[in-house]
Design a protein. Sequence first.
Length: 131
Amino acid sequence: NLLKLLPSAFFLLIFTSCDPGQEINFVNKTDSDLTVKIILKPNTQNYRLERAAIKDSIVFDIKRDSVANIGFGIGVWSGKDIFDFVKSTKRIEFETKDIKTVYKSEKAMQDILSNNVKGIFVKNLIEIEIK
């Protein structure tokens, strides 16, 4: 029966015909404005990060209950992509009016990124909620 194959064919078409955008979302769940800083290592050779940076940093000022986004083009977050991001990053900082949290070690940065990868089939989004 052709009708029984139609849902499967539609499902395959959807997931094979589009290339997902690789992104990181920072979601401000704090009670104040938030600054996110990604400080790059000197002489970073990561084109995707360099493209988003001004000088050696990527900085977002995020209002309460808002989201900031970095798009990295087409792709999914594999272990290698996260590893490359971490190897190019000196530290990641989250700062509100009261608290500053700094991820300095490669392990800490690897953990926060890896633990926040979203998706079942297509893992193209890292979404970090800052509370």
